[in-house]
Ligand binder design. Sequence first.
Ligand SMILES: [Zn+2]
Length: 382
Amino acid sequence: MKSYFIFIFSITITFCSVDSDRSNLSDDKIISNEEISNESTSATPNAEDNSTISNLDNRKIIYFIAESVSNEHQEMLKEWVAISEELYFTQPNVVIENLYPIYLVQLDRNNPESALALEPVYCEFLEEEHKKLFIWDGYDSSRCGDNEDAREEYERNGLFVEPNGGVAHSQISSIPQRDGYNLFVSKTHDLPMHASSMGYVTLHEMFHIFQTSHYSTDSYDEQRMLNGRFSGDNPEDDVPWWNEGTAVYFSYIDYARTINDMSWFKDEMYCTLLCERDRYGNKSRLEIFKESGIKLNNITFSGNPEIIDKQIAYEIGAWFVAYLVNEHGEDKILDIYSLYEEFGFEKSFEIQFGKDYRTYLEEFYEFLDLSEDQIMGILLSK
Ligand SMILES: [Zn+2]
Protein backbone atom coordinates (compact mmCIF):
# COMPACT_ATOMS: atom_id res chain seq x y z
CA MET A 1 0.00 0.00 0.00
CA LYS A 2 1.31 3.31 -0.86
CA SER A 3 1.87 5.76 1.72
CA TYR A 4 2.40 9.20 0.65
CA PHE A 5 1.69 10.74 3.88
CA ILE A 6 4.48 12.77 4.55
CA PHE A 7 4.46 15.55 6.83
CA ILE A 8 3.05 14.67 10.04
CA PHE A 9 3.69 17.04 12.76
CA SER A 10 1.93 17.27 15.86
CA ILE A 11 0.32 20.22 17.31
CA THR A 12 -1.42 20.01 20.49
CA ILE A 13 -4.36 22.14 20.87
CA THR A 14 -5.30 22.59 24.42
CA PHE A 15 -8.33 24.34 25.61
CA CYS A 16 -11.25 23.06 27.24
CA SER A 17 -14.29 25.04 27.37
CA VAL A 18 -16.25 22.22 28.71
CA ASP A 19 -19.44 21.62 27.10
CA SER A 20 -20.27 24.96 25.80
CA ASP A 21 -22.18 25.37 22.67
CA ARG A 22 -22.40 22.72 20.06
CA SER A 23 -24.84 22.38 17.45
CA ASN A 24 -25.43 23.00 14.02
CA LEU A 25 -27.37 24.60 11.47
CA SER A 26 -30.41 24.28 9.75
CA ASP A 27 -30.26 22.17 6.73
CA ASP A 28 -27.02 20.68 7.38
CA LYS A 29 -26.06 17.36 8.52
CA ILE A 30 -24.96 15.78 5.37
CA ILE A 31 -24.82 12.17 5.20
CA SER A 32 -26.94 10.88 7.93
CA ASN A 33 -25.24 8.81 10.51
CA GLU A 34 -24.34 5.49 9.25
CA GLU A 35 -23.38 2.29 10.84
CA ILE A 36 -21.63 0.34 8.21
CA SER A 37 -20.33 -2.54 10.12
CA ASN A 38 -21.67 -4.70 12.83
CA GLU A 39 -20.01 -4.24 16.10
CA SER A 40 -20.92 -3.21 19.55
CA THR A 41 -19.80 -0.57 21.93
CA SER A 42 -18.84 -0.45 25.54
CA ALA A 43 -17.17 2.17 27.61
CA THR A 44 -14.11 3.24 29.48
CA PRO A 45 -12.93 6.55 30.73
CA ASN A 46 -10.42 9.14 29.94
CA ALA A 47 -9.98 11.53 27.18
CA GLU A 48 -7.88 14.17 25.73
CA ASP A 49 -6.94 15.84 22.61
CA ASN A 50 -4.42 15.05 20.09
CA SER A 51 -4.19 16.38 16.64
CA THR A 52 -1.78 16.09 13.81
CA ILE A 53 -1.64 17.69 10.42
CA SER A 54 -0.80 16.03 7.19
CA ASN A 55 -0.18 18.55 4.50
CA LEU A 56 0.65 17.56 0.98
CA ASP A 57 0.58 20.23 -1.67
CA ASN A 58 -2.15 22.10 0.13
CA ARG A 59 -4.07 18.94 0.61
CA LYS A 60 -4.58 19.59 4.23
CA ILE A 61 -5.87 16.99 6.61
CA ILE A 62 -6.01 17.77 10.27
CA TYR A 63 -6.46 14.87 12.60
CA PHE A 64 -8.23 15.03 15.92
CA ILE A 65 -7.59 11.80 17.69
CA ALA A 66 -9.40 10.80 20.84
CA GLU A 67 -6.94 10.09 23.58
CA SER A 68 -7.75 6.43 23.99
CA VAL A 69 -7.32 5.57 20.30
CA SER A 70 -4.38 3.20 19.85
CA ASN A 71 -1.35 3.94 17.70
CA GLU A 72 -2.23 0.97 15.60
CA HIS A 73 -5.64 2.43 14.83
CA GLN A 74 -4.11 5.78 13.98
CA GLU A 75 -1.63 4.24 11.60
CA MET A 76 -4.30 2.22 9.88
CA LEU A 77 -6.53 5.24 9.54
CA LYS A 78 -3.80 7.37 7.98
CA GLU A 79 -2.76 4.63 5.65
CA TRP A 80 -6.32 4.09 4.40
CA VAL A 81 -6.88 7.81 4.06
CA ALA A 82 -3.81 8.03 1.83
CA ILE A 83 -5.05 5.07 -0.22
CA SER A 84 -8.47 6.69 -0.61
CA GLU A 85 -6.92 9.95 -1.75
CA GLU A 86 -4.99 8.14 -4.39
CA LEU A 87 -7.99 6.14 -5.56
CA TYR A 88 -10.71 8.78 -5.56
CA PHE A 89 -9.18 12.21 -5.29
CA THR A 90 -7.20 11.69 -8.46
CA GLN A 91 -10.28 10.98 -10.58
CA PRO A 92 -10.40 13.23 -13.64
CA ASN A 93 -13.44 15.32 -12.74
CA VAL A 94 -12.97 15.64 -9.03
CA VAL A 95 -13.02 19.22 -7.76
CA ILE A 96 -9.97 19.49 -5.60
CA GLU A 97 -10.96 22.75 -3.90
CA ASN A 98 -13.90 20.98 -2.34
CA LEU A 99 -11.88 18.07 -1.01
CA TYR A 100 -9.74 19.93 1.50
CA PRO A 101 -9.19 20.70 4.24
CA ILE A 102 -10.45 17.55 5.87
CA TYR A 103 -10.92 17.56 9.62
CA LEU A 104 -10.61 13.96 10.52
CA VAL A 105 -11.86 13.02 13.94
CA GLN A 106 -10.93 9.56 15.10
CA LEU A 107 -13.03 8.28 17.98
CA ASP A 108 -12.61 5.18 20.07
CA ARG A 109 -15.78 3.14 19.77
CA ASN A 110 -15.23 1.78 23.26
CA ASN A 111 -14.63 5.08 24.96
CA PRO A 112 -17.34 7.78 24.84
CA GLU A 113 -15.48 9.81 27.45
CA SER A 114 -12.50 10.33 25.20
CA ALA A 115 -14.86 11.24 22.37
CA LEU A 116 -16.64 13.76 24.55
CA ALA A 117 -13.36 15.29 25.67
CA LEU A 118 -12.47 15.94 22.05
CA GLU A 119 -15.54 18.06 21.41
CA PRO A 120 -14.34 21.29 23.04
CA VAL A 121 -10.93 20.83 21.43
CA TYR A 122 -12.48 20.53 18.00
CA CYS A 123 -14.93 23.36 18.61
CA GLU A 124 -12.21 25.72 19.77
CA PHE A 125 -10.22 24.90 16.69
CA LEU A 126 -13.20 25.49 14.44
CA GLU A 127 -13.92 28.81 16.04
CA GLU A 128 -10.32 29.92 15.63
CA GLU A 129 -10.13 28.78 12.09
CA HIS A 130 -13.54 29.58 10.65
CA LYS A 131 -15.24 32.19 12.79
CA LYS A 132 -15.85 35.36 10.85
CA LEU A 133 -17.50 38.51 11.98
CA PHE A 134 -20.96 39.34 10.74
CA ILE A 135 -21.33 36.49 8.31
CA TRP A 136 -22.65 33.00 8.63
CA ASP A 137 -19.57 30.82 8.54
CA GLY A 138 -18.39 27.26 8.86
CA TYR A 139 -18.31 27.62 12.61
CA ASP A 140 -21.87 28.90 12.86
CA SER A 141 -23.11 26.09 10.67
CA SER A 142 -21.38 23.41 12.71
CA ARG A 143 -22.76 21.83 15.82
CA CYS A 144 -20.25 23.93 17.73
CA GLY A 145 -21.85 27.20 16.74
CA ASP A 146 -23.22 29.71 19.18
CA ASN A 147 -26.72 29.94 17.78
CA GLU A 148 -30.07 28.29 18.18
CA ASP A 149 -29.92 26.03 15.15
CA ALA A 150 -26.54 24.75 16.21
CA ARG A 151 -27.67 24.06 19.72
CA GLU A 152 -30.78 22.26 18.53
CA GLU A 153 -28.77 20.13 16.15
CA TYR A 154 -26.36 19.30 18.92
CA GLU A 155 -29.17 18.28 21.19
CA ARG A 156 -30.70 16.15 18.48
CA ASN A 157 -27.58 14.38 17.28
CA GLY A 158 -24.67 15.31 19.51
CA LEU A 159 -21.28 15.87 17.98
CA PHE A 160 -18.82 13.08 18.78
CA VAL A 161 -21.10 11.45 21.31
CA GLU A 162 -24.74 10.80 20.54
CA PRO A 163 -27.46 11.89 22.92
CA ASN A 164 -27.83 8.25 24.04
CA GLY A 165 -24.23 8.32 25.26
CA GLY A 166 -22.78 6.20 22.48
CA VAL A 167 -19.81 7.19 20.36
CA ALA A 168 -20.87 8.82 17.08
CA HIS A 169 -20.94 6.64 14.01
CA SER A 170 -18.57 7.06 11.12
CA GLN A 171 -19.96 9.83 8.95
CA ILE A 172 -19.32 12.95 6.93
CA SER A 173 -20.97 15.87 8.68
CA SER A 174 -20.28 18.89 6.59
CA ILE A 175 -21.01 20.65 3.34
CA PRO A 176 -17.64 21.82 2.08
CA GLN A 177 -19.13 24.39 -0.30
CA ARG A 178 -20.86 26.05 2.63
CA ASP A 179 -18.56 25.28 5.54
CA GLY A 180 -15.16 25.55 3.93
CA TYR A 181 -14.03 22.12 5.14
CA ASN A 182 -15.00 18.47 5.28
CA LEU A 183 -15.65 16.91 8.66
CA PHE A 184 -15.03 13.17 8.66
CA VAL A 185 -15.91 11.47 11.91
CA SER A 186 -14.41 8.00 12.11
CA LYS A 187 -15.14 5.39 14.74
CA THR A 188 -12.59 2.67 15.46
CA HIS A 189 -13.23 -0.99 14.83
CA ASP A 190 -11.95 -3.60 17.22
CA LEU A 191 -8.64 -5.13 16.22
CA PRO A 192 -7.63 -7.54 15.00
CA MET A 193 -11.06 -8.97 14.32
CA HIS A 194 -12.45 -5.96 12.48
CA ALA A 195 -9.28 -4.66 10.87
CA SER A 196 -10.99 -4.81 7.48
CA SER A 197 -13.60 -2.33 8.71
CA MET A 198 -10.88 0.23 9.38
CA GLY A 199 -10.08 -0.08 5.70
CA TYR A 200 -13.38 -0.20 3.92
CA VAL A 201 -15.22 2.22 6.19
CA THR A 202 -12.47 4.79 5.60
CA LEU A 203 -12.73 4.20 1.86
CA HIS A 204 -16.50 4.56 2.11
CA GLU A 205 -16.43 7.93 3.84
CA MET A 206 -13.66 9.28 1.64
CA PHE A 207 -15.76 8.23 -1.34
CA HIS A 208 -18.54 10.47 -0.03
CA ILE A 209 -16.12 13.39 0.07
CA PHE A 210 -15.22 12.59 -3.53
CA GLN A 211 -18.91 12.51 -4.54
CA THR A 212 -19.75 15.80 -2.87
CA SER A 213 -16.74 17.57 -4.31
CA HIS A 214 -18.41 17.71 -7.72
CA TYR A 215 -21.18 20.06 -6.70
CA SER A 216 -21.10 23.81 -6.69
CA THR A 217 -24.28 24.32 -4.72
CA ASP A 218 -23.93 24.76 -0.99
CA SER A 219 -27.51 23.70 -0.31
CA TYR A 220 -27.88 20.38 1.44
CA ASP A 221 -31.25 19.73 -0.19
CA GLU A 222 -29.95 20.51 -3.63
CA GLN A 223 -26.98 18.25 -3.09
CA ARG A 224 -29.24 15.44 -1.98
CA MET A 225 -31.44 16.02 -5.00
CA LEU A 226 -28.41 15.80 -7.27
CA ASN A 227 -27.11 12.59 -5.83
CA GLY A 228 -30.36 10.71 -6.17
CA ARG A 229 -31.58 10.81 -2.64
CA PHE A 230 -35.10 11.80 -3.68
CA SER A 231 -35.53 9.05 -6.23
CA GLY A 232 -38.21 7.00 -4.48
CA ASP A 233 -41.85 6.84 -5.54
CA ASN A 234 -42.53 9.41 -2.86
CA PRO A 235 -40.28 12.27 -3.92
CA GLU A 236 -40.09 13.51 -0.35
CA ASP A 237 -38.44 10.38 0.96
CA ASP A 238 -34.70 10.49 1.56
CA VAL A 239 -33.43 7.23 0.10
CA PRO A 240 -29.90 5.82 0.30
CA TRP A 241 -29.82 3.08 -2.37
CA TRP A 242 -27.87 4.96 -5.02
CA ASN A 243 -25.59 7.34 -3.19
CA GLU A 244 -24.73 4.79 -0.51
CA GLY A 245 -24.78 1.78 -2.81
CA THR A 246 -21.95 3.28 -4.84
CA ALA A 247 -19.93 4.09 -1.72
CA VAL A 248 -20.41 0.56 -0.39
CA TYR A 249 -19.53 -1.07 -3.70
CA PHE A 250 -16.31 0.89 -4.19
CA SER A 251 -15.27 0.53 -0.57
CA TYR A 252 -15.56 -3.25 -0.80
CA ILE A 253 -13.90 -3.76 -4.14
CA ASP A 254 -11.14 -1.24 -3.54
CA TYR A 255 -10.41 -2.71 -0.14
CA ALA A 256 -10.00 -6.13 -1.74
CA ARG A 257 -7.84 -4.77 -4.55
CA THR A 258 -5.61 -2.99 -2.09
CA ILE A 259 -5.01 -6.06 0.03
CA ASN A 260 -4.65 -8.00 -3.18
CA ASP A 261 -7.30 -10.52 -2.32
CA MET A 262 -10.36 -10.43 -4.55
CA SER A 263 -11.84 -13.38 -2.71
CA TRP A 264 -12.43 -10.96 0.16
CA PHE A 265 -14.67 -8.93 -2.15
CA LYS A 266 -16.59 -11.98 -3.33
CA ASP A 267 -17.06 -13.25 0.21
CA GLU A 268 -18.23 -9.87 1.42
CA MET A 269 -20.63 -9.39 -1.46
CA TYR A 270 -21.91 -12.94 -1.03
CA CYS A 271 -22.53 -12.59 2.64
CA THR A 272 -24.00 -9.14 2.58
CA LEU A 273 -26.73 -10.44 0.30
CA LEU A 274 -27.09 -14.09 1.20
CA CYS A 275 -25.87 -14.84 4.73
CA GLU A 276 -28.57 -15.43 7.30
CA ARG A 277 -28.63 -12.91 10.10
CA ASP A 278 -30.10 -12.81 13.57
CA ARG A 279 -31.46 -9.36 13.16
CA TYR A 280 -33.57 -10.49 10.22
CA GLY A 281 -34.89 -13.57 11.99
CA ASN A 282 -32.25 -15.87 10.50
CA LYS A 283 -32.97 -14.79 7.00
CA SER A 284 -30.70 -13.11 4.51
CA ARG A 285 -31.06 -9.55 3.32
CA LEU A 286 -32.14 -10.87 -0.05
CA GLU A 287 -34.89 -12.99 1.47
CA ILE A 288 -36.16 -10.10 3.54
CA PHE A 289 -35.99 -7.78 0.58
CA LYS A 290 -37.94 -10.13 -1.66
CA GLU A 291 -40.51 -11.01 0.96
CA SER A 292 -41.19 -7.38 1.70
CA GLY A 293 -41.86 -6.55 -1.92
CA ILE A 294 -40.48 -3.07 -1.27
CA LYS A 295 -38.56 -1.46 -4.10
CA LEU A 296 -34.91 -0.68 -3.52
CA ASN A 297 -35.44 3.01 -4.24
CA ASN A 298 -38.28 3.19 -1.71
CA ILE A 299 -36.21 2.12 1.29
CA THR A 300 -35.52 5.21 3.34
CA PHE A 301 -32.85 6.11 5.90
CA SER A 302 -35.42 5.70 8.63
CA GLY A 303 -39.12 5.00 8.95
CA ASN A 304 -39.22 1.80 6.92
CA PRO A 305 -41.71 -1.00 7.49
CA GLU A 306 -40.55 -3.26 10.29
CA ILE A 307 -37.54 -5.46 9.60
CA ILE A 308 -36.51 -3.49 6.56
CA ASP A 309 -33.65 -1.18 7.46
CA LYS A 310 -31.47 1.22 5.58
CA GLN A 311 -28.62 -1.27 5.58
CA ILE A 312 -30.61 -3.39 3.15
CA ALA A 313 -30.65 -0.42 0.78
CA TYR A 314 -26.92 0.16 1.28
CA GLU A 315 -25.96 -3.44 0.59
CA ILE A 316 -28.46 -4.34 -2.13
CA GLY A 317 -27.65 -0.94 -3.57
CA ALA A 318 -24.04 -2.10 -3.78
CA TRP A 319 -25.24 -5.15 -5.68
CA PHE A 320 -27.15 -2.95 -8.08
CA VAL A 321 -23.92 -1.05 -8.69
CA ALA A 322 -22.09 -4.34 -9.29
CA TYR A 323 -24.82 -5.20 -11.79
CA LEU A 324 -24.31 -1.91 -13.62
CA VAL A 325 -20.55 -2.29 -13.53
CA ASN A 326 -20.85 -5.68 -15.16
CA GLU A 327 -22.57 -4.05 -18.12
CA HIS A 328 -20.90 -0.66 -18.30
CA GLY A 329 -17.69 -0.67 -16.26
CA GLU A 330 -16.76 1.31 -13.19
CA ASP A 331 -15.77 4.52 -14.95
CA LYS A 332 -19.38 5.23 -15.91
CA ILE A 333 -20.19 5.40 -12.24
CA LEU A 334 -17.15 7.40 -11.23
CA ASP A 335 -17.91 9.87 -14.03
CA ILE A 336 -21.58 10.39 -13.34
CA TYR A 337 -21.03 13.00 -10.63
CA SER A 338 -19.72 15.53 -13.09
CA LEU A 339 -22.98 15.32 -15.06
CA TYR A 340 -25.37 15.92 -12.21
CA GLU A 341 -25.36 19.69 -12.12
CA GLU A 342 -26.08 20.01 -15.81
CA PHE A 343 -28.54 17.14 -16.22
CA GLY A 344 -29.77 16.14 -12.78
CA PHE A 345 -29.65 12.63 -11.38
CA GLU A 346 -32.30 10.95 -13.56
CA LYS A 347 -31.03 12.22 -16.88
CA SER A 348 -27.40 11.64 -15.92
CA PHE A 349 -28.25 8.06 -15.11
CA GLU A 350 -29.82 7.60 -18.55
CA ILE A 351 -26.86 9.20 -20.26
CA GLN A 352 -24.44 6.86 -18.54
CA PHE A 353 -26.41 3.64 -18.61
CA GLY A 354 -28.82 3.99 -21.53
CA LYS A 355 -32.04 3.44 -19.59
CA ASP A 356 -33.86 5.18 -16.82
CA TYR A 357 -33.10 3.96 -13.33
CA ARG A 358 -36.56 2.57 -12.69
CA THR A 359 -36.36 0.31 -15.74
CA TYR A 360 -32.88 -0.74 -14.73
CA LEU A 361 -34.04 -1.54 -11.23
CA GLU A 362 -36.82 -3.77 -12.60
CA GLU A 363 -34.24 -5.71 -14.58
CA PHE A 364 -32.09 -5.95 -11.52
CA TYR A 365 -34.92 -7.51 -9.50
CA GLU A 366 -35.16 -10.23 -12.16
CA PHE A 367 -31.43 -10.73 -11.89
CA LEU A 368 -31.85 -11.29 -8.16
CA ASP A 369 -34.08 -14.27 -8.97
CA LEU A 370 -31.23 -16.10 -10.67
CA SER A 371 -29.22 -18.83 -8.96
CA GLU A 372 -26.51 -17.93 -6.47
CA ASP A 373 -23.85 -18.96 -8.95
CA GLN A 374 -25.31 -16.74 -11.64
CA ILE A 375 -25.58 -13.83 -9.24
CA MET A 376 -22.02 -14.25 -7.99
CA GLY A 377 -20.82 -14.68 -11.57
CA ILE A 378 -21.14 -10.99 -12.43
CA LEU A 379 -18.60 -9.77 -9.88
CA LEU A 380 -15.31 -8.49 -11.20
CA SER A 381 -12.36 -10.66 -10.37
CA LYS A 382 -9.74 -7.95 -10.44
ZN1 LIG B 1 -22.22 6.32 3.49
